[in-house]
Write a protein that binds this ligand. Structure first.
Ligand code: CDP
Length: 806
């Protein structure tokens, strides 16, 4: 070796593997407007579809007249439920075991429900035709209040289920009841409350919100009558699931369906499910023999496809007077809208909500969730969340503040006292989850020191005194949240979708010249998978990340996978990628041993090569081994260098974080200024720190939006009053606060590279932190819980109720 020979460390840096702030390779095309989205797909002879939608939230359909719509120049056909019945597609199964109307069949159940699908030569003609479909409605009583859904005389939403006492998840106790689901030990929790020194109880509502990705849901369906094959391009977070569900619904054999998800402009859970637009486009393509494009408008997106949250949580904590929590109880009403189309694993109708004991060591806990039907859009997706974790984190983090207030303790000190201790991991919660790893006290201590928490509290006290003296009209609030996520669905013993176990996959082929391709069952919607999966391979195989192509989203080429949502890509497919690499590396080691004429065990791995132990001058690089794999394999060995891995994780991963936010509230205007927001995240091994930071910035911005203004609101007649960005708060760079990010690293012990998910953490931890900050501003005057969203009006009203306006 001479002085010019790069050292192992220098070679490692060149690979741009794990830990490197590698620039996002996908941004080269995105920043130049060269992305390939569904809207860019234009096929020969393509027609366009658009929906006529219901103006009513609940009404019987007496007649549909399509004559005027059909007469619009350019309109080719109009499809209604009656048309779909001829191909047995008027209803479709949902991911939650319910059924859902594709087009309104006999009545409409929520505003903007799809009633007729108009196919035309242009998008404009389809929209004009949709406007001219004449529907004779007989309005019915409406209920959009989940708390009233199971009352006597409540409007019956689902007449098709009226005689069914059993649903997909057991007994139904009312005609608007979907399921009851519980977890934990009720008797133990009740006993803890009977003995408690102090208890709190609060109705904590997480309003209905919407993921609102910038690109709405859309597809192009192209049916080839000669081959009997369907090609479906679409904004799909889970392309293989769409193919399987598509085959089950349409009866087209699965091998004759090609699902392609091109670039996707954000998903956040909105693009997991199967929608009427997809089914109608497929049927229309089969009927017309040409490709059909369906593009959702913003109003359609906000008001009809996949809402999130709408959980109303009656939350209770029991504690000793010195601040140790002894019990948790929570009864929740979950509003699933008109059809149960929640995207949850089959066994978990309320998702992973039982992570509600959060980051704390509670001896006893119980939760019960009732799902109900109302006259609202279906959906119930995990909006940047792992199956209802966000709701659970919000409930526990608000409840911890409320209890701290009642005990007269500082909320951070109270949390510190109840956090699971490092030596307790792996920790089994009162709900039976086994948390893989954590070091919570270190994280919270670091967060508190970083923001100088003690000084902030002193400043707050001084401001409160000044407020009392009438010297200022501003109140300062300090929000603390400590959250634990449960991501990486999932272990197949616990999770499946429609019976398909929730594993995921990676297939890697190394080419003769030492570059390669990796195909996966996940699908990036902006998370940077093309950049980060290549970094895992770079570190595992010693091939520069730049020499690895990552491909997702084509069901013909990718191995079967369950897709990207619930921060599962890194915990599941990241693991599959590492495991596939290890198979390749094992074969490469045998080839190296053959070439160097030593035993396999005499070799050691060094960044990008196998070298002979004790004789580092003798080595074979991965590039050399790739070449050899195609022309010089040991006798009896199959040529080639590729591997596939289907990874069924042994457990979820449990990322966590400590967030602290500071707000200033103007009591006269209700305006809230976020002065400071510090987010410490621990996602185990960090693959790309820059992408993690970007994920946290994005998730915190969504958390800010949800906590401060987002709500899909309905009036009493079931009209959606927030179905455009004029009314639904979407923060721009102007409103968005500055984010301070930080981290600790506690690897997952069961993940091959120790990584946990991160994409959703900031949404999960950010919302309670903002809400706690706003509530904290008023906490010295009142113990009333102020509900989200904390917009100016609600904040002003809270101040008014406290008599602060004189
Ligand atoms: O499933 P999804 O991609 O939405 O979420 P994720 O697994 O949390 O990953 C989001 C992005 O962060 C991906 O590009 C990951 O590779 C990256 N990430 C990382 O760099 N290190 C981690 N420990 C976790 C995620």
């Amino acid at each position: 070796m001479n002085d010019m020979t790069p050292t192992s460390a220098e070679r490692a840096v060149k690979l741009e593997g794990m830990g490197c702030k590698r620039k996002r390779v996908e941004d080269i095309r995105f920043t130049q407007g060269k992305g390939n989205y569904v809207d860019d797909i234009k096929l020969p002879g393509m027609l366009y579809g658009d929906f006529n939608r219901s103006p009513h939230a609940h009404a019987r359909i007496k007649k549909i007249d399509t004559a005027k719509a059909s007469a619009v120049p350019g309109v080719v056909a109009v499809i209604t439920a009656e048309t779909l019945k001829t191909v047995n597609l008027a209803w479709m199964p949902t991911l939650a075991g319910d059924v859902q109307m594709v087009l309104a069949d006999g009545k409409v159940l929520f505003q903007n429900q799809e009633v007729a699908f108009v196919i035309a030569e242009t998008r404009e003609a389809a929209a004009d035709g949709a406007d001219l479909v004449e529907v004779d409605y007989e309005p019915l009583p409406v209920n959009v209040d989940p708390m009233k859904a199971m009352t006597v005389g409540a409007p019956m939403i689902r007449e098709d289920l009226k005689d069914k006492t059993e649903g997909a998840h057991g007994k139904r106790k009312h005609y608007n009841h979907i399921f009851s689901w519980q977890s934990g030990d009720k008797a133990a929790a009740d006993a803890a409350f009977a003995k408690a020194d102090v208890t709190i109880r609060e109705m904590i509502s997480y309003p209905r919100v919407h993921p609102c990705p910038l690109e709405t849901c859309q597809c192009v369906a192209s049916f080839d009558k000669i081959k009997g094959e369907l090609t479906l391009y679409g904004t799909f977070q889970a392309p293989h699931v769409i193919r399987t569900v598509g085959s089950l619904i349409s009866k087209i054999p699965e091998h004759k369906i090609h699902v392609i998800a091109p670039d996707i402009g954000g998903g956040f859970g909105n693009k997991v499910g199967a929608y009427s637009g997809y089914i109608c486009s497929i049927v229309a393509s089969i009927v017309t023999g040409v490709p059909i494009k369906w593009t959702e408008s913003r109003i359609d997106n906000l008001s009809t496809t996949a809402f999130a949250r709408d959980f109303h949580m009656d939350m209770e904590l029991a504690a000793t007077k010195d601040g140790k929590v002894t019990g948790l109880r929570c009864y929740t009403i979950a509003d699933h809208g008109a059809f149960d189309a929640c995207a949850n694993a089959t066994k978990w109708p309320a998702g992973l909500f039982s992570i509600i004991s959060g980051s704390y060591d509670f001896p006893a806990a119980h939760c019960l969730v009732d799902g109900v039907y109302t006259n609202k859009a279906p959906g119930g997706v995990a909006y940047r969340c792992s199956f209802r974790v966000t709701e659970a984190a919000y409930a526990i983090e608000r409840a911890m503040d409320i209890m701290a207030q009642k005990l007269g303790m500082d909320c951070a000190e109270f949390r510190m006292k109840n956090l699971i201790r490092r030596e307790q991991f792996p920790y089994t919660s009162a709900f039976g989850w086994q948390y893989d790893s954590g070091d919570y006290q270190t994280a919270l201590t670091k967060a508190m020191e970083s923001v100088n928490y003690k000084k902030l509290r002193e400043e707050q006290k001084a401001k409160r005194d000044a407020f009392r003296r009438g010297e200022t009209r501003e109140l300062m609030g300090i929000g603390v949240s400590f959250f634990t996520e449960i991501v990486g669905a999932g272990p197949s013993r616990a999770c499946d979708i429609l019976g398909i176990a929730m594993f995921d996959s990676a297939e890697i082929r190394i080419h003769p010249t030492g570059s390669g391709i990796c195909r996966l069952g996940t699908k990036s919607q902006g998370q940077g998978h093309e950049t980060t999966y290549a970094q895992i391979i770079a570190s595992e195989l010693g091939i520069a990340a730049d020499n690895i192509m990552i491909e997702e989203g084509n069901t013909d080429t990718a191995p079967y996978g369950l897709g990207t949502y619930g921060s599962r890509s890194t915990p599941v497919s990241g693991a599959a990628t590492a495991m596939a690499c290890r198979k390749i590396k094992a074969k490469a080691q045998m080839i190296a041993a053959y070439m160097l004429e030593v035993h396999d065990d005499d070799l050691e791995w060094d960044v990008d090569r196998f070298r002979v132990r004790g004789n580092p001058e003798r080595f074979k690089t991965m590039t050399e081994l790739a070449w050899a794999a195609y022309h010089e394999v040991p006798p009896g060995m199959e040529p080639g260098l590729e591997a596939i891995n289907y990874y069924d994780p042994p457990n979820f991963t449990f990322p966590f974080g400590a967030y602290i936010g500071v707000v200033d509230v103007d009591v006269d205007t209700g305006q809230i200024k976020v002065r400071r927001f510090y987010a410490l995240d621990d996602c185990g091994t960090r693959i790309n720190p820059m992408i993690i930071e970007g994920q946290i910035h994005g998730g915190l911005t969504e958390a800010f939006a949800i906590a401060m203004g987002q709500e899909i609101h309905y009036d009493d007649d079931g009209n959606v009053t927030t179905a455009s960005f004029m009314d639904y708060f979407l923060p721009t760079a102007v409103e968005t606060p500055h984010w301070e990010t930080d981290w600790t690293t506690t690897p997952s012990p069961h993940h091959p590279i120790g990584a946990k998910g991160v994409g959703e953490s900031p949404n999960v931890g950010g919302v309670p932190c903002f809400s706690n900050a706003v509530n904290d501003a008023f906490a010295f005057l009142s113990s009333t819980h102020i509900q989200m969203p904390h917009d100016n009006w609600r904040t002003w009203t809270a101040a008014e109720k406290l008599g602060l306006h004189g």
